[in-house]
Design a protein around this ligand. Structure first.
Ligand SMILES: C[S@@+](CC[C@H](N)C(=O)[O-])C[C@H]1O[C@@H](n2cnc3c(N)ncnc32)[C@H](O)[C@@H]1O
Length: 321
């Protein structure tokens, strides 16, 4: 079996992925095959003409248009690869690898696999001495992800296991270093994830909306299995660079998702009581998460437990200790 490709150094050879960029910045990703040609409305380029060239070469298509040839970075590949489900953007994949503390040898599970974008980052981070266990409940998405992983690494890495099914029912690995959830209802998988993580292991949830984020965090708190969750989002603003016209680009990706992370407590450990009062109304009548009050005006039981310190009035401000 071929070795997975982790680095893409050197001149172009048959079998390599090549990223061709036209003058407008449009990217085309091809695999070099002897005797084949790449066609666009701007002309054709023979694959044979690319083989042997160093990366960073510029080629002329038959229609006179120029194309820059490079081996793609994973960031580029993810944005141009075929998609089944929406992918996790490179900026978020990079952050997930950091938040989850992944490195060579780590064992991590993820669900769902979707198009396999995050999978490629996880496989690369943990390397052949680690393992990635991916779960996907839709067969057609698992097939798209498999093709994308195969194309990126040039083979299916031996340290990848893809299982078809719902993570909540099928996650049977134990002692994992991290689990990453990218799905509509991650709170439904919390018990399975808690059972599979080693004490201190990291759960990272990627959710698209604030309502999902709130529900995930509240279910985590109520379970008592996790350290206090932290939440974040990242925005990347690219810049226009043209002489003295140096300013942020007008367009940006304004939203991708929120990341929620927490660590698995040791079995039986009880987190020290949080010394912070919930914001007024945080668990009031409109709150519908786990343990929501059924009586109008009643306050959630666990919110009362969190509010250990009586509020102290200081010249018009409220201090929570
Ligand atoms: C947004 S996509 C994941 C994208 C993927 N992370 C990527 O970067 O390409 C969400 C996927 O989760 C799958 N899914 C949802 N709930 C699941 C569950 N409980 N177990 C396994 N897969 C699930 C869906 O079928 C869908 O393919």
């Amino acid at each position: 079996m071929a070795e997975p490709t982790y680095t893409r150094r050197g001149a172009f050879a048959y079998g390599d992925l090549v990223q061709l960029t036209d003058a407008k910045g449009k990217l085309y990703t091809i695999t070099l095959v002897e005797g084949k040609s790449f066609h666009t409305h701007r002309g054709a380029i023979d694959h044979d003409a690319i083989v042997g060239l160093p990366q960073g070469s510029v080629l002329m298509g038959s229609g006179g248009a120029a194309f820059l040839a490079l081996k793609p970075l994973l960031d580029d590949f993810v944005l141009s690869m075929p998609r089944g489900a929406a992918v996790i953007y490179p900026k978020d994949s990079a952050r997930i690898v950091g938040l989850a503390g992944l490195g060579p040898g780590s064992r991590v599970a993820e669900a769902g696999v979707g198009s396999g974008a995050l999978t490629c980052s996880l496989l690369r981070a943990v390397g052949p001495t680690g393992h990635v266990y991916s779960y996907e409940r839709r067969e057609e998405f698992a097939a798209v992800a498999t093709k994308n992983v195969d194309r990126w690494f040039g083979t299916i890495p031996e340290h990848w296991t893809l299982a078809l099914g719902d993570l909540a029912d099928t996650l049977d690995e134990r002692g994992l270093d991290a689990v990453i959830l990218d799905m509509l209802a991650p709170w439904e998988c919390l018990a399975a994830v808690a059972a599979s993580l080693a004490p201190g292991g990291v759960l990272v949830g990627y959710v698209a909306t604030t309502t999902q984020m709130s529900k995930l965090v509240e279910f985590m708190r109520v379970s008592g299995d996790w350290t206090e969750p932290r939440a974040e989002e990242s925005l990347i603003r690219t810049w226009h660079l043209d002489g003295l016209s140096v300013r942020p680009d007008h367009r940006m990706i304004g939203h991708s998702g929120f990341l929620v992370a927490a660590r698995r407590l040791a079995p039986g450990a009880v987190l020290p009581t949080r010394r912070r009062r919930p914001a007024p109304g945080a668990y009031g009548e409109d709150y519908t998460g786990p343990g929501a009050a059924t009586e109008p005006g009643a306050i959630l039981e666990h919110a009362v437990e969190l509010a250990v310190e009586p509020a102290v009035e200081h010249a018009g401000t409220t201090e929570s200790g």
